[in-house]
Design a protein around this ligand. Structure first.
Ligand SMILES: [Zn+2]
Length: 234
């Protein structure tokens, strides 16, 4: 449900959600959706939850203000795609879907579908890239990658199951290639070591020698990667 709190005389929308697994009241600011979300355990009333949110209004407004400018996939937007500087050109009458020509990402069709088509294209291309890269990296340490999924993750860039199923955030396609390659190598290394021990990091270093630079880049630029909307409603 949608509720309202106030900050310096202005009203602010709050999305209230009940979560059976929540242990305490939590206020979150969505990095991509830019929504303020109040998560309540079953035992807490909306009224009490909103009083809590009101007491944190200052913090929430500050968090929102700190977010970088929102990036919208639209005609003229420049971004790095798999390490390639790209600019979107909308060509409404073309009938080719989405395609690359030099550094131009051409998108046909109506403008209201453009952002979704670009995102679908990025996810598809990145899926193929990540699968190929993960399999090649896995060969180096003789492990097997079963499957690769590309999703919109909120808290992790990648994950890995014991059965060899790797999963990555589609946003990594918008990071420099050495960063995406590092996250892929990190998850592949987990197929050898399902932990973050010294032995694990040794495997990572073997697969991605500049992993520390990639880690730093991700910490510094996470907010930028999350500033791209994941859905039309964001
Ligand atoms: Zn890990």
């Amino acid at each position: 449900m949608l509720a309202t709190i106030y900050h310096e005389g202005r009203s602010i929308d709050i999305h209230v959600e009940y979560n059976a697994r929540a242990k305490r009241i939590r206020l979150k600011v969505g990095r991509s959706s830019r929504r303020i979300v109040l998560v309540l355990p079953r035992s807490v009333s909306v009224k009490r939850g909103l009083a809590f949110a009101q007491s944190k209004a200052d913090w929430a407004v500050r968090q929102l203000a700190l977010l970088p400018e929102k990036q919208v996939f639209q005609d003229g937007l420049s971004f790095s795609f798999l390490g390639r500087e790209s600019v979107i050109h909308h060509s409404p009458s073309a009938k080719r879907g989405v395609w690359f020509d030099e550094n131009v990402l051409w998108v046909s069709g109506q403008s209201e579908h453009l952002a979704r088509r670009v995102r679908d294209f990025i996810k598809k291309e990145f899926s193929a890239y990540a699968l190929q890269k993960a399999r090649k990296t896995a060969e180096q340490i003789q492990v097997h990658v079963q499957r690769v999924t590309v999703r919109d993750t909120t808290s992790r860039w990648g994950s890995c199951s014991r059965t060899g199923h790797l999963s990555f955030s589609w946003r990594l396609a918008l990071a420099p290639l050495f960063v995406a390659d590092y996250v892929i190598a990190h998850e592949v290394a987990h197929l050898r070591q399902m932990n973050h021990s010294a032995a694990f990091w040794q495997v990572v270093e073997e697969l991605a020698p500049d992993y520390q630079r990639a880690e730093k880049w991700l910490k510094k630029n996470a907010a930028y990667l999350y500033s791209f909307a994941a859905k039309e409603t964001d």
